[in-house]
Write a protein that binds this ligand. Structure first.
Ligand code: PLP
Length: 651
C-alpha cells in the first residue's frame, strides 16, 4: 500500500509530535490535579497557567479570559447559553434587547442547532434569522446593517470550514458598532491560520478546537471578553474559577500548549507564502487532471489551506472514491450518502448552481504540510485523472479509453438504475430507463469506447420499444406486464439471459422467463444487483458469516488457496490504486450482473471474497451471489481500509 496522503485538515489533523510528547509527559511526570494544593498539584497548575498565558498572548485577548474546555461545540453552547441567559435577564428587567438571533448562513451546524436548542429550552421565543452571504461566501453587510437594530445576538465565523472563505470581521464589527447585540465569532478554522487580536475587537465570545490544529480531540478553548455576560454550562467542583467545572484535561492542555508554543516560537508551521504556493501547485494539478473543474470559492478571499471544487459529470462520491483508491484522503464538500449526495448548504447559500453544490469536494491541508507531500499529492491527482479518463468518465476523444465494457452495465442515481446492454463486437448498445441527469455520463462513456445507441427503451412506457430489437448477436424482446409496467428480455437465440423490469413485482415475470434467468430491477430497494425467480422463492437468511474480518480472511485464504479475491470498486478506482498485495479479479459492482452467469455456471465454485473501499458494495455483491445460490460468497467487512494488512499478508 502506498503511504496515505491526508488532505482533510479541516475535518481534523494528525497530532504534532511535540504535542504527543507533551501529553505523555503530562500523564507520566505531571499527572497532578491542578486543584490540589500539594506540590504535585501545584506543578500541574503551573503547566496549565503557562499554556493559558501563551494562548492569551497569541490571541491578543487583553483583559479577556481564556477557558479550557472540550472543544468548539462546547464553547459554542457556553457562548449561546451565556448570551441567551443575559438577554432573558435584560428583558425581564424591562430593558430593550432586540428580538433576533442572527447567524451566518454558512455557519457550522453547531451554531444554529445550539441557538435553536437553548432558545427553546430557555423559553425565550426569539427569532432565528439567517444572515445571507454573497457569491464569494462573505456575510452580506448591507443585510446585517438592516438587521442590526433588531439583533440581540450575532454569530459569525472567522473562516468557513467547507470553503475556507475568510470573513470580513472588521466590516462586521463596524456594522455592529452602534448595536447592543452580543457577538460570537467561531474561530475554529482560523487558529494558526489568521492573525487574531481578540482584545482589540468587539467580539464577546470566540470558541476554538485543538484538533483542527495538530492538538488532540477533546481539548478546546473559549475566549470571553471582559465584561461579557457569562453563565457556566457545567457546574460542579468550581474549576476554571467556577466558570467550567470538571477536572481539567491536563494531557490535552499540555498538547495544546505544545502547538501554541510552536505557533508562538515559529519554525514549525509553514509561513503563508509557502501555503499559497502549495495551493497553487494542487490547483494546477487538479486543473490538468480534471478538465472543466471549477473552484467553488475565490482564492483571494479564502485560506490557502482549503480548496473546494466540482467537476462536471462527476459526483463527489466518485471523486472521493477515486482519491481514496489513490490513498489521498479528501472529503465531500456536502453531506453525501452512497446513493445520493445532499447539496451543501454552504455552497447553496453562495447561490452556486445545484450541480456544483451537490458534487463538491473539499481538499484541505494544515500548515504542517511539506513540499514533498504536496508534490506526491499532485502526482496522485494526475493518476486519478488518468484513471477517470481511461474509464471514459471525463470527456475524452472518441474511442480512446481502454478496456471497453461489455455485457450489462448498471448506472445508478438516487436509487434509480439505468441499464446499458453492450455488445462489444458490433459496438451497439441498448439503453434501458435512461435518466436525464446521467445523460452526459452515458454519452461520454459510450463515446469514449466507440459505442452507438441502437435503441433507448423504458420500463414505464413500452410504446416506443416495438416488439424486438436486434443488436449484435442479441435480441431484446419487449413484454408488457401490466399498465405502465414493461419488461425487456435480453436473449441469445431462444434463451433468455436477463430480464429488466422497473417496479413490477417479480411474480409478474413468472411463466415468461426461465426461473434461473437473471432479473435486473430499475430501483435500488428492489434488489442489490440482480436476482432470479428461483432466488426470490428461496429467500432466507443469507447474512450468516457473510462478512469476514481480517483474521477470518487470513484463515479462509489459508484453508482455500484457490479462493478468488474480487475487487468490486469501479475501474477508475482500481486504476488509481497503487498496486501491491495479492492479485484480485476486477469486477466493478456496476458490472456484477455481467459476471454472475459465469460464476454460477462454473463447474468449481471456489470461495469468492468481494472487497471494496468500505465494505458496503462488497456486501451487496456477496449477498447477491448467495441469493442466487453461490453459498461460498463473502465480503471483506470494513473494506480495504481495515483489511489492508490481511490482503498484503495473503499476497
Ligand atoms: N465550527 C467549525 C467552523 C468547525 O469546522 C467545527 C468542526 O468541524 C466546529 C465548529 C465544531 O468543532 P468540534 O467538533 O471540535 O467541537
Amino acid at each position: 500500500m502506498s503511504k496515505e496522503i491526508y488532505l482533510d485538515g479541516n475535518a481534523t489533523t494528525c497530532v504534532l509530535p511535540a504535542a504527543i510528547d507533551a501529553a505523555v509527559q503530562a500523564m507520566r511526570d505531571c499527572f497532578g490535579n491542578p486543584s490540589s494544593t500539594h506540590a504535585t498539584g501545584l506543578k500541574a497548575k503551573a503547566m496549565m497557567d503557562i499554556v493559558r498565558q501563551r494562548a492569551k498572548r497569541l490571541l491578543g485577548v487583553g483583559s479577556g479570559r481564556i477557558m479550557f474546555n472540550s472543544g468548539a461545540t462546547e464553547g459554542i453552547q457556553t457562548a449561546v447559553l451565556s448570551a441567551l441567559c443575559a438577554l432573558r435577564e435584560r428583558r425581564d428587567s424591562g430593558e430593550a434587547t432586540g428580538s433576533l438571533l442572527v447567524y451566518g448562513a454558512t455557519e457550522h451546524k453547531a451554531v444554529p442547532e445550539a441557538l435553536a436548542h437553548w432558545n427553546r429550552l430557555l423559553g425565550l421565543g426569539l427569532e432565528l434569522k439567517k444572515l445571507p452571504v454573497d457569491a464569494d461566501g462573505r456575510h452580506d453587510l448591507a443585510a446585517l446593517r438592516a438587521l442590526a437594530p433588531q439583533a440581540a445576538f450575532v454569530c459569525t465565523m472567522a473562516a468557513n470550514n467547507e470553503t475556507g472563505v475568510v470573513s470580513d470581521l472588521v466590516g462586521i464589527g463596524a456594522t455592529l458598532a452602534a448595536s447592543k447585540a452580543l457577538w460570537m465569532v467561531d474561530c475554529v478554522q482560523g487558529l494558526g491560520k489568521l492573525p487574531l487580536d481578540l482584545g482589540n475587537t468587539r467580539i464577546d465570545y470566540a470558541p476554538f478546537s485543538g484538533h483542527k490544529l495538530y492538538a488532540p480531540k477533546g481539548i478546546g478553548m473559549l475566549y470571553v471578553r471582559e465584561g461579557a455576560p457569562y453563565t457556566p454550562l457545567v457546574m460542579g467542583g468550581g474549576q476554571e474559577a467556577g466558570l467550567r467545572s470538571g477536572t481539567e484535561n491536563m494531557a490535552g492542555i499540555a498538547a495544546l500548549g505544545a502547538v501554541l508554543a510552536a505557533l508562538e516560537e515559529g519554525g514549525t508551521f509553514r509561513p503563508p507564502a509557502e501555503l499559497y504556493g502549495f495551493r497553487d501547485k494542487l490547483a494546477a494539478s487538479l486543473r490538468a487532471a480534471l478538465p472543466g473543474i471549477v473552484f467553488n470559492a475565490p482564492f483571494d478571499k479564502a485560506l490557502p489551506t482549503t480548496l473546494n471544487f466540482s467537476v462536471p459529470g462527476l459526483s463527489s462520491k466518485e471523486l472521493l472514491d477515486v482519491f481514496d483508491a489513490a490513498n489521498v484522503r479528501v472529503s465531500a464538500g456536502s453531506a453525501c450518502s452512497a446513493a445520493k449526495a445532499a447539496p451543501s448548504y454552504v455552497l447553496d447559500a453562495m447561490g452556486l448552481p445545484a450541480w456544483r453544490s451537490s458534487s463538491a469536494v473539499r481538499m484541505s491541508f494544515g500548515p504542517l504540510a511539506s513540499e514533498e507531500i504536496i508534490i506526491e499529492a499532485c502526482a496522485r491527482i494526475e493518476r486519478c485523472g488518468q484513471a477517470l479518463r481511461a474509464a471514459g468518465l471525463l470527456d475524452v476523444p472518441a474511442a480512446t479509453a481502454a478496456n471497453a465494457p461489455e455485457g450489462v452495465l448498471q448506472l445508478s442515481l438516487a436509487g434509480n438504475h439505468t441499464w446499458l446492454l453492450l455488445d462489444a463486437p458490433s459496438r451497439q448498445c441498448v439503453v434501458i430507463d435512461h435518466q436525464e441527469e446521467l445523460g452526459e455520463r452515458i454519452d461520454s462513456l459510450l463515446r469514449s469506447h466507440g459505442y452507438q445507441v441502437a435503441a433507448r427503451v423504458s420500463t414505464h412506457d413500452g410504446a416506443a420499444a416495438g416488439d424486438s430489437i436486434v443488436f449484435g448477436a442479441h435480441t431484446v424482446r419487449h413484454v408488457t406486464l401490466e399498465a405502465h409496467q414493461h419488461a425487456y428480455l435480453l436473449c441469445r437465440g431462444d434463451k433468455v439471459d436477463y430480464a429488466f423490469t422497473g417496479l413490477a413485482p417479480w411474480s409478474a415475470l413468472a411463466g415468461r422467463i426461465p426461473d434461473d434467468a437473471l432479473v435486473c430491477a430499475g430501483r435500488e430497494e428492489l434488489n442489490a444487483c440482480c436476482t432470479s425467480l428461483r432466488a426470490e422463492e428461496i429467500g432466507g437468511a443469507l447474512g450468516v458469516d457473510l462478512n469476514l474480518d481480517s483474521i477470518a480472511l487470513a484463515r479462509l485464504l489459508e484453508a482455500h488457496p484457490q479462493a478468488v479475491l474480487v475487487d468490486v470498486r469501479e475501474v477508475y478506482e482500481q486504476a488509481a490504486c497503487i498496486p501491491g498485495g495479492r492479485a484480485a479479479q476486477s469486477v466493478p459492482l456496476s458490472r456484477l450482473a455481467a459476471f454472475v452467469p459465469g460464476w454460477l455456471d462454473a463447474a468449481e465454485q471456489p470461495p469468492l471474497v468481494f472487497f471494496c473501499r468500505s465494505g458496503n458494495r462488497s456486501a451487496k455483491a456477496a449477498q447477491c451471489l448467495r441469493r442466487l445460490g453461490y453459498r461460498n460468497a463473502y465480503s471483506l467487512g470494513g473494506g480495504i481500509a481495515l483489511a489492508s494488512a490481511a490482503l498484503a499478508l495473503a499476497a
